[in-house]
Design a protein around this ligand. Sequence first.
Ligand SMILES: *[C@@H]1O[C@H](CO)[C@@H](O)[C@H](O)[C@H]1NC(C)=O
Length: 525
Amino acid sequence: MAGARNLLILILLLMLHAHCPQGAKILTICLVGGSHYLLMDDVSRILQDNGHEVRMFRQIGDGTLPGYKMPSTPYPVSTYSLDEKTLKEFDKFFTEYQKEFFMGKAGFQFFINLMNVFANQCRISMNQTDILDFLKKEQYDIAIIDAFNPCTFFISEKLGIPYISIFSGNIGNAIAVGLPSPPSYVPTFASQLTDRMNFMERLKNTLMYIGSYIAENSVQAIFNDIAERHFPADSRPSLSDLYHKAELWIYNVDFSIEFARPLLPHILCIGGLRAKPANPVSQDLEDYIAESAESGFIMVTLGSMLSSIPRMDLVKEINSAFAKIPQKVIWRYKASDWPEGLEVAPNVRLLDWVAQNDLLGHPKIRLLVTHGGMNSMMEAVYHGVPVLGIPLFGDQFNNLIRVKAKRMGEYIPATEIMAENFADAIRNIVGNKSYKTSVMKQSVILRSHPFPPDKQLLGWVEHIIQSGGGGHLRPYSYQQPWYQQFLLDVILFLSACVAAIIYLILRVMRGLIHFIFSNRKQKQN
Ligand SMILES: *[C@@H]1O[C@H](CO)[C@@H](O)[C@H](O)[C@H]1NC(C)=O
C-alpha cells in the first residue's frame, strides 16, 4: 500500500515537474534602441532572474542611447550590426527628423518613413542566416519580441517559435491587433482626443477610426516584399496574420494613465516594469540638490534618443525660463552640443545621462520636464511627480493628453515655447498643489495593483508556456471576415426585412386608400 502511494506521489511529482516551466528557453528580440532596448533588457532580466534561460537577439548600431553606459547583462546576447552605409543612412534620417520634431512636424509621414527604414533594416536582419540558423537550432520555447519594429514578427515566424509581443507605448495599435475600440469613447491614435467627446469630437474620432484602417493597411504593405522573399507561397503570413498570432500582447501601460477601455483576454496592461524604488543618487548630485533648500529641483529629460535640442533659439528660451525659477534644474543635455556662447543658467546643471528613476524618487523633486515617453510617464506616476510635457513624436502627444486629462500635469508643444510662458507653466504646476495631489492618487492606483508588474510578466509568460500557447485567450473574431465581425451581413439582412415590411405596409395602405376612394366614387356616382 505504502509503496503504491509513494509511487503515486512520485508520478505526481514527475508530472508536476514536466509541467513546471522552470528553466524554459526564452528568446527576447529587440531591434530598436533607446527606450525600447531598456524595456526589453528589463524583461530579459526578470525572466533570467527567475530561473529561465534567456538570450537576447539584438540589432546594434542605431546609436540611440547617447550617454548611456551599457551595463553587462546576466543573460547572453546575440548581436549583429548593420553595415556602415545603412548606419549612416539611419543617422542621417534621425538627425534630420530631430529638427522636425522640435518644429512640430513629425506626423504620419514620419511614421511611414520610419517604417520604411525598419523594412530596409529588416531585409538585412532576415539575411543574417548564421545567427538565425543558430537560434533555430536552440529550439526556444517562446520568443518575447519588441512589437514596435514589425520585423521581430517575421524573425519569430522564420524561427518557427511562438511569440509574445511587448508594446512599449500605450494602446495605439488597437486596430492592428483587432482590439474592439468603440469610437464613442475610445480616442483613436493621434486624434488628440480624450475619452470624453462632444458630438463634433465623436464625429472626428469616428472618421479617424475608419481612416486608421486605411493607414494601417498602407503601413503593413511596406513589409509585403519581405514576406514574399522569405516565406513560401503556401505558408506566407501577412503582418496582420502575425499580429493576430501573438500568444499575448503586453502593453507597457497602466490604467493610472490609460483611459479605461475594452480589452481582450490576451491583451495585458503591465505598466511600470522600469519604475522601481529609487536608489540613492551620487553624493555630488545630493550636494547639488541640497543647495536648493526648500525650493527643491526639477529634472529635464527629452527621452533616451535625444541628448540635445537642435534648435538654438529653443535652447535659449528654455534656458532663460529656468533662470527665472527658484528651483535647481538637472537637465540631461550633452554638454558638448550646448550652443556656443550661450551661458548655462546659474541654477542649471547639464548631465550627459541621468539615473532618471532614482532622481524621480528623490524627496526634493518638484517636477519632471519630459518629452512624454511611456517609460518616463510610468516612472513619474510611480514616484508621484507632476509633469510638464514637450511632446515631440510618436505616442508622446497621446501620453501627455492622458496626463493632462488626469490632472497630473500640462504640456506645451515645442513650437509655442517662450521663456515667459515656459517659466509660468513651471511655476503653475509646482505652485498648485492640485497637480501633486492628482499624481499621488494615480501613484496609489499604480502601486496598489494586486500584482506587481514583474510578477505579472513572469506569471503570464509561464502560463503561456505551460498551457501550450494562448489559443484559449484569442477570440474567434480573428478568423471572421470583417463584414461578419461588424455584423454587416446581419445589419443588411435586418435592414432588408424592415424595408420589406415598410414596403408591404405602404402597399396595403395604398390599396386601402384606393379601395375607400373608389368606393366613395362609386357611391357618389
Ligand atoms: C539578402 O540575400 C539575398 C540572397 O542571398 C540577396 O539577393 C539580397 O540582396 C540580400 N538582401 C540584402 C538587403 O542584403
